[in-house]
Design a protein around this ligand. Structure first.
Ligand code: UDP
Ligand code: MG
Length: 330
Protein backbone atom coordinates (compact mmCIF):
# COMPACT_ATOMS: atom_id res chain seq x y z
CA UNK A 1 0.00 0.00 0.00
CA UNK A 2 1.34 3.45 -0.85
CA UNK A 3 2.72 5.52 1.98
CA UNK A 4 0.34 8.40 1.26
CA UNK A 5 -2.69 6.17 1.94
CA UNK A 6 -1.55 5.86 5.53
CA UNK A 7 -1.28 9.48 6.41
CA UNK A 8 -3.53 10.30 9.31
CA UNK A 9 -4.32 6.65 10.02
CA UNK A 10 -3.59 5.31 13.49
CA UNK A 11 -0.86 2.74 13.95
CA UNK A 12 -2.31 -0.23 15.86
CA UNK A 13 -0.27 -2.65 17.94
CA UNK A 14 -2.02 -5.81 19.06
CA UNK A 15 -0.42 -6.95 22.32
CA UNK A 16 -0.61 -10.70 22.93
CA UNK A 17 0.75 -12.29 26.13
CA UNK A 18 1.93 -15.87 25.65
CA UNK A 19 2.93 -18.38 28.28
CA UNK A 20 3.62 -21.96 27.19
CA UNK A 21 1.44 -21.55 24.13
CA UNK A 22 3.31 -23.59 21.51
CA UNK A 23 0.14 -25.52 20.76
CA UNK A 24 -2.10 -22.55 20.03
CA UNK A 25 0.22 -19.86 18.61
CA UNK A 26 0.51 -21.41 15.13
CA UNK A 27 -3.31 -21.58 15.05
CA UNK A 28 -4.08 -18.04 16.17
CA UNK A 29 -1.16 -16.08 14.65
CA UNK A 30 -2.64 -16.25 11.10
CA UNK A 31 -5.99 -15.05 12.52
CA UNK A 32 -4.32 -11.97 14.04
CA UNK A 33 -2.53 -11.33 10.76
CA UNK A 34 -5.77 -11.62 8.79
CA UNK A 35 -7.47 -9.16 11.13
CA UNK A 36 -4.69 -6.60 10.73
CA UNK A 37 -4.87 -7.00 6.95
CA UNK A 38 -8.62 -6.49 7.05
CA UNK A 39 -8.36 -3.36 9.20
CA UNK A 40 -5.68 -1.94 6.89
CA UNK A 41 -7.77 -2.76 3.80
CA UNK A 42 -10.81 -1.10 5.36
CA UNK A 43 -8.67 2.02 5.76
CA UNK A 44 -9.11 2.05 9.54
CA UNK A 45 -5.49 1.62 10.59
CA UNK A 46 -2.05 2.26 9.13
CA UNK A 47 -0.18 -0.54 7.38
CA UNK A 48 2.56 0.03 9.94
CA UNK A 49 0.34 -1.82 12.43
CA UNK A 50 1.88 -4.82 14.15
CA UNK A 51 1.09 -7.89 16.24
CA UNK A 52 3.37 -7.88 19.30
CA UNK A 53 3.75 -11.21 21.07
CA UNK A 54 5.02 -11.02 24.63
CA UNK A 55 6.66 -14.25 25.67
CA UNK A 56 6.16 -14.50 29.43
CA UNK A 57 9.15 -16.71 30.22
CA UNK A 58 7.66 -19.80 28.56
CA UNK A 59 9.29 -23.14 29.19
CA UNK A 60 8.29 -24.65 25.86
CA UNK A 61 8.99 -23.59 22.27
CA UNK A 62 6.80 -20.45 22.37
CA UNK A 63 9.71 -18.01 21.89
CA UNK A 64 11.17 -20.00 19.00
CA UNK A 65 7.76 -19.94 17.33
CA UNK A 66 7.50 -16.17 17.83
CA UNK A 67 10.99 -15.68 16.37
CA UNK A 68 10.02 -17.82 13.39
CA UNK A 69 6.82 -15.82 12.81
CA UNK A 70 8.79 -12.55 12.98
CA UNK A 71 11.30 -13.83 10.43
CA UNK A 72 8.61 -14.83 8.00
CA UNK A 73 6.27 -11.87 8.24
CA UNK A 74 7.12 -8.30 9.28
CA UNK A 75 3.64 -7.83 10.76
CA UNK A 76 4.71 -10.09 13.66
CA UNK A 77 7.16 -8.88 16.26
CA UNK A 78 7.95 -10.19 19.72
CA UNK A 79 9.56 -9.41 23.03
CA UNK A 80 10.53 -11.90 25.66
CA UNK A 81 10.49 -11.43 29.43
CA UNK A 82 13.51 -12.75 31.27
CA UNK A 83 11.24 -15.05 33.30
CA UNK A 84 7.59 -15.80 33.97
CA UNK A 85 6.00 -12.79 35.67
CA UNK A 86 2.33 -13.53 35.14
CA UNK A 87 -0.29 -12.39 32.69
CA UNK A 88 -0.74 -8.83 34.03
CA UNK A 89 2.94 -7.98 33.90
CA UNK A 90 3.29 -9.53 30.45
CA UNK A 91 0.47 -7.35 29.11
CA UNK A 92 1.99 -4.31 30.81
CA UNK A 93 5.42 -5.00 29.30
CA UNK A 94 3.85 -5.18 25.84
CA UNK A 95 1.79 -2.02 26.33
CA UNK A 96 4.80 -0.07 27.57
CA UNK A 97 6.84 -1.27 24.62
CA UNK A 98 4.09 -0.17 22.23
CA UNK A 99 3.33 3.15 23.90
CA UNK A 100 5.88 5.31 22.14
CA UNK A 101 5.65 3.88 18.65
CA UNK A 102 1.93 3.36 18.07
CA UNK A 103 -1.27 5.35 18.44
CA UNK A 104 -3.50 2.64 19.78
CA UNK A 105 -3.11 -0.82 21.33
CA UNK A 106 -5.44 -3.76 21.70
CA UNK A 107 -4.52 -6.41 24.26
CA UNK A 108 -5.89 -9.90 23.72
CA UNK A 109 -5.07 -13.43 24.91
CA UNK A 110 -3.31 -15.65 22.42
CA UNK A 111 -5.64 -18.65 22.73
CA UNK A 112 -8.35 -17.44 20.34
CA UNK A 113 -11.02 -17.39 23.08
CA UNK A 114 -11.74 -13.72 22.53
CA UNK A 115 -13.41 -12.95 19.22
CA UNK A 116 -10.65 -11.36 17.14
CA UNK A 117 -13.15 -9.84 14.71
CA UNK A 118 -14.46 -7.54 17.49
CA UNK A 119 -11.33 -5.45 16.91
CA UNK A 120 -13.01 -3.69 14.00
CA UNK A 121 -15.77 -2.41 16.30
CA UNK A 122 -13.18 -1.39 18.89
CA UNK A 123 -11.29 0.65 16.32
CA UNK A 124 -14.57 2.25 15.22
CA UNK A 125 -15.19 3.36 18.80
CA UNK A 126 -11.64 4.69 18.95
CA UNK A 127 -12.13 6.63 15.71
CA UNK A 128 -15.32 8.02 17.26
CA UNK A 129 -13.31 9.47 20.11
CA UNK A 130 -13.08 6.77 22.80
CA UNK A 131 -9.62 6.46 24.38
CA UNK A 132 -10.40 3.13 26.07
CA UNK A 133 -12.69 0.41 24.69
CA UNK A 134 -13.54 -2.54 26.94
CA UNK A 135 -14.31 -5.86 25.34
CA UNK A 136 -17.25 -7.32 27.27
CA UNK A 137 -18.46 -10.90 26.92
CA UNK A 138 -22.06 -11.20 25.87
CA UNK A 139 -22.63 -14.69 27.27
CA UNK A 140 -20.82 -17.39 29.13
CA UNK A 141 -22.22 -20.53 27.48
CA UNK A 142 -18.84 -22.06 26.73
CA UNK A 143 -17.64 -21.82 30.33
CA UNK A 144 -18.01 -24.66 32.76
CA UNK A 145 -20.43 -23.98 35.61
CA UNK A 146 -17.49 -23.77 37.98
CA UNK A 147 -15.62 -21.15 35.91
CA UNK A 148 -18.81 -19.12 35.48
CA UNK A 149 -19.58 -19.21 39.17
CA UNK A 150 -16.06 -18.30 40.31
CA UNK A 151 -15.80 -15.51 37.73
CA UNK A 152 -19.12 -13.99 38.79
CA UNK A 153 -18.21 -14.17 42.46
CA UNK A 154 -14.92 -12.51 41.57
CA UNK A 155 -16.56 -9.49 39.91
CA UNK A 156 -19.16 -9.13 42.64
CA UNK A 157 -16.54 -9.31 45.36
CA UNK A 158 -14.28 -6.79 43.64
CA UNK A 159 -17.07 -4.29 43.13
CA UNK A 160 -18.40 -4.65 46.66
CA UNK A 161 -14.89 -3.93 47.89
CA UNK A 162 -14.83 -0.69 45.94
CA UNK A 163 -12.52 -1.73 43.09
CA UNK A 164 -14.14 -0.36 39.96
CA UNK A 165 -14.11 -3.15 37.39
CA UNK A 166 -16.19 -3.46 34.25
CA UNK A 167 -18.45 -6.51 34.56
CA UNK A 168 -17.49 -9.44 32.35
CA UNK A 169 -14.52 -7.59 30.96
CA UNK A 170 -11.24 -9.48 31.14
CA UNK A 171 -8.13 -8.18 29.43
CA UNK A 172 -9.42 -7.73 25.89
CA UNK A 173 -9.32 -3.99 25.51
CA UNK A 174 -8.26 -1.11 23.35
CA UNK A 175 -6.12 1.59 24.96
CA UNK A 176 -4.86 4.67 23.18
CA UNK A 177 -1.24 5.74 23.60
CA UNK A 178 -2.55 8.90 25.30
CA UNK A 179 -3.99 6.78 28.13
CA UNK A 180 -0.88 4.57 28.24
CA UNK A 181 1.18 7.71 28.77
CA UNK A 182 -0.88 8.46 31.88
CA UNK A 183 -0.71 4.83 32.98
CA UNK A 184 3.06 5.17 33.37
CA UNK A 185 2.32 7.39 36.39
CA UNK A 186 0.86 4.39 38.22
CA UNK A 187 4.01 2.78 39.44
CA UNK A 188 2.73 -0.10 41.54
CA UNK A 189 4.45 -3.44 41.23
CA UNK A 190 1.30 -5.42 42.14
CA UNK A 191 -0.50 -4.48 39.02
CA UNK A 192 -4.15 -5.20 38.27
CA UNK A 193 -4.93 -3.61 34.91
CA UNK A 194 -8.67 -4.25 35.05
CA UNK A 195 -8.91 -2.06 38.12
CA UNK A 196 -6.30 0.50 37.07
CA UNK A 197 -7.49 1.45 33.60
CA UNK A 198 -10.92 2.70 34.82
CA UNK A 199 -9.01 4.82 37.37
CA UNK A 200 -6.99 6.54 34.65
CA UNK A 201 -10.29 7.75 33.23
CA UNK A 202 -10.84 9.32 29.77
CA UNK A 203 -13.71 8.66 27.40
CA UNK A 204 -14.48 4.94 27.24
CA UNK A 205 -16.81 2.62 25.37
CA UNK A 206 -17.66 -1.08 25.46
CA UNK A 207 -17.91 -3.61 22.68
CA UNK A 208 -19.72 -6.91 23.25
CA UNK A 209 -18.18 -10.07 21.87
CA UNK A 210 -18.62 -13.78 22.13
CA UNK A 211 -16.04 -15.71 24.10
CA UNK A 212 -15.26 -19.08 22.65
CA UNK A 213 -13.34 -22.06 23.85
CA UNK A 214 -9.58 -22.14 23.83
CA UNK A 215 -8.43 -23.28 20.37
CA UNK A 216 -5.59 -25.46 21.71
CA UNK A 217 -3.34 -25.81 24.74
CA UNK A 218 -4.58 -25.49 28.31
CA UNK A 219 -5.78 -22.77 30.69
CA UNK A 220 -3.26 -21.25 33.10
CA UNK A 221 -5.96 -20.12 35.47
CA UNK A 222 -6.86 -23.02 37.71
CA UNK A 223 -8.58 -22.27 41.01
CA UNK A 224 -5.32 -21.35 42.75
CA UNK A 225 -4.46 -18.66 40.20
CA UNK A 226 -8.05 -17.35 40.24
CA UNK A 227 -7.91 -16.94 44.01
CA UNK A 228 -4.53 -15.20 43.73
CA UNK A 229 -5.86 -12.86 41.07
CA UNK A 230 -8.93 -12.07 43.17
CA UNK A 231 -6.85 -11.45 46.30
CA UNK A 232 -4.40 -9.28 44.40
CA UNK A 233 -7.24 -7.46 42.68
CA UNK A 234 -8.90 -6.61 45.97
CA UNK A 235 -5.86 -5.80 48.06
CA UNK A 236 -4.17 -3.76 45.37
CA UNK A 237 -7.25 -1.69 44.63
CA UNK A 238 -9.00 -1.26 47.97
CA UNK A 239 -8.37 -1.06 51.73
CA UNK A 240 -11.98 -1.91 52.54
CA UNK A 241 -11.13 -5.35 53.99
CA UNK A 242 -9.21 -3.60 56.77
CA UNK A 243 -12.24 -1.49 57.71
CA UNK A 244 -14.41 -4.62 57.60
CA UNK A 245 -11.99 -6.23 60.03
CA UNK A 246 -12.26 -3.20 62.31
CA UNK A 247 -16.05 -3.62 62.34
CA UNK A 248 -15.81 -7.37 63.02
CA UNK A 249 -13.38 -6.69 65.84
CA UNK A 250 -15.68 -4.08 67.31
CA UNK A 251 -18.73 -6.35 67.17
CA UNK A 252 -16.89 -9.32 68.73
CA UNK A 253 -15.64 -7.02 71.52
CA UNK A 254 -19.19 -5.89 72.31
CA UNK A 255 -20.44 -9.50 72.22
CA UNK A 256 -17.59 -10.56 74.49
CA UNK A 257 -18.36 -7.76 76.90
CA UNK A 258 -22.05 -8.72 77.04
CA UNK A 259 -20.93 -12.32 77.64
CA UNK A 260 -18.77 -11.29 80.60
CA UNK A 261 -21.59 -9.30 82.21
CA UNK A 262 -23.92 -12.27 81.68
CA UNK A 263 -21.37 -14.64 83.28
CA UNK A 264 -20.89 -12.33 86.29
CA UNK A 265 -24.63 -12.05 86.79
CA UNK A 266 -24.89 -15.84 86.50
CA UNK A 267 -22.17 -16.31 89.15
CA UNK A 268 -23.78 -13.83 91.54
CA UNK A 269 -27.19 -15.39 91.16
CA UNK A 270 -25.59 -18.81 91.67
CA UNK A 271 -26.95 -20.08 88.40
CA UNK A 272 -23.67 -21.60 87.14
CA UNK A 273 -23.84 -23.81 84.09
CA UNK A 274 -21.32 -26.41 83.00
CA UNK A 275 -20.65 -24.44 79.81
CA UNK A 276 -17.34 -25.88 78.70
CA UNK A 277 -18.30 -26.56 75.13
CA UNK A 278 -19.70 -23.12 74.51
CA UNK A 279 -16.61 -21.52 76.08
CA UNK A 280 -14.26 -23.48 73.89
CA UNK A 281 -16.34 -22.66 70.82
CA UNK A 282 -16.19 -18.97 71.62
CA UNK A 283 -12.44 -19.06 72.14
CA UNK A 284 -11.95 -20.89 68.87
CA UNK A 285 -14.24 -18.50 67.03
CA UNK A 286 -12.54 -15.39 68.33
CA UNK A 287 -9.12 -16.93 67.71
CA UNK A 288 -10.15 -17.66 64.14
CA UNK A 289 -11.38 -14.13 63.56
CA UNK A 290 -8.12 -12.77 64.93
CA UNK A 291 -5.95 -14.98 62.74
CA UNK A 292 -7.98 -14.13 59.65
CA UNK A 293 -7.73 -10.44 60.47
CA UNK A 294 -3.99 -10.68 60.95
CA UNK A 295 -3.74 -12.47 57.63
CA UNK A 296 -5.59 -9.72 55.79
CA UNK A 297 -3.54 -7.00 57.44
CA UNK A 298 -0.40 -9.03 56.71
CA UNK A 299 -1.39 -9.09 53.05
CA UNK A 300 -1.38 -5.29 52.98
CA UNK A 301 1.83 -5.00 55.00
CA UNK A 302 3.47 -7.47 52.61
CA UNK A 303 2.27 -5.46 49.62
CA UNK A 304 3.62 -2.25 51.11
CA UNK A 305 6.93 -4.01 51.66
CA UNK A 306 7.08 -5.26 48.09
CA UNK A 307 6.07 -1.88 46.68
CA UNK A 308 8.68 -0.09 48.79
CA UNK A 309 11.45 -1.97 47.01
CA UNK A 310 10.54 -0.40 43.65
CA UNK A 311 11.66 -3.47 41.79
CA UNK A 312 11.23 -3.52 38.02
CA UNK A 313 7.84 -4.82 36.93
CA UNK A 314 9.30 -6.69 34.00
CA UNK A 315 12.66 -7.27 32.38
CA UNK A 316 12.81 -7.69 28.63
CA UNK A 317 15.57 -10.06 27.66
CA UNK A 318 14.98 -10.29 23.90
CA UNK A 319 13.30 -8.48 21.07
CA UNK A 320 12.81 -9.99 17.64
CA UNK A 321 13.91 -6.74 15.99
CA UNK A 322 17.09 -6.30 18.04
CA UNK A 323 18.18 -9.73 19.26
CA UNK A 324 20.51 -9.87 22.22
CA UNK A 325 23.96 -11.09 21.28
CA UNK A 326 26.79 -11.94 23.65
CA UNK A 327 29.82 -9.75 23.24
CA UNK A 328 33.08 -10.53 25.02
CA UNK A 329 35.24 -7.85 26.52
CA UNK A 330 38.48 -9.66 25.83
N1 UDP B 1 -0.46 -15.96 30.38
C1 UDP B 1 0.75 -15.28 30.59
N2 UDP B 1 1.47 -15.56 31.72
C2 UDP B 1 1.04 -16.46 32.66
C3 UDP B 1 -0.21 -17.11 32.46
C4 UDP B 1 -0.93 -16.83 31.31
O1 UDP B 1 1.17 -14.47 29.76
O2 UDP B 1 1.75 -16.66 33.65
C5 UDP B 1 -1.24 -15.66 29.15
C6 UDP B 1 -1.66 -16.88 28.34
O3 UDP B 1 -0.67 -17.26 27.42
C7 UDP B 1 -2.92 -16.38 27.64
C8 UDP B 1 -3.50 -15.40 28.66
O4 UDP B 1 -2.44 -15.06 29.54
O5 UDP B 1 -2.64 -15.67 26.45
C9 UDP B 1 -4.68 -15.97 29.42
O6 UDP B 1 -4.36 -17.23 29.98
P1 UDP B 1 -5.33 -18.47 29.90
O7 UDP B 1 -5.93 -18.56 28.54
O8 UDP B 1 -4.52 -19.64 30.35
O9 UDP B 1 -6.43 -18.11 30.97
P2 UDP B 1 -8.02 -18.34 30.89
O10 UDP B 1 -8.47 -17.80 29.56
O11 UDP B 1 -8.23 -19.80 31.01
O12 UDP B 1 -8.57 -17.56 32.05
MG1 MG C 1 -7.82 -18.34 27.80
Amino acid sequence: MAESNNIGKPILWIVVPCYNEEAVLPVTAPLFEAEVKELVAAGKVSDKSRVLFVNDGSKDKTWEIIEGLARENPVFIGISQSRNRGHQNAVLAGLMEAREVCDVTISIDCDGQDDISAMGKMIDEYLNGAEVVYGVRNKRDTDTFFKRFTAQTFYKLLNSMGAEVVYDHADYRLISSRVLEELTGYEEVNIFLRGLIPLVGFKSATVAYERKERMAGYSHYPLKNMINLALNGITSMSVKPISIIMSIGFITCILGFIGIIWAIIGAVVGNTIAGWASTICLILFIGGVQLLSLGVIGEYVGKTYLESKHRPRYIISNKTWEPYERKYKG
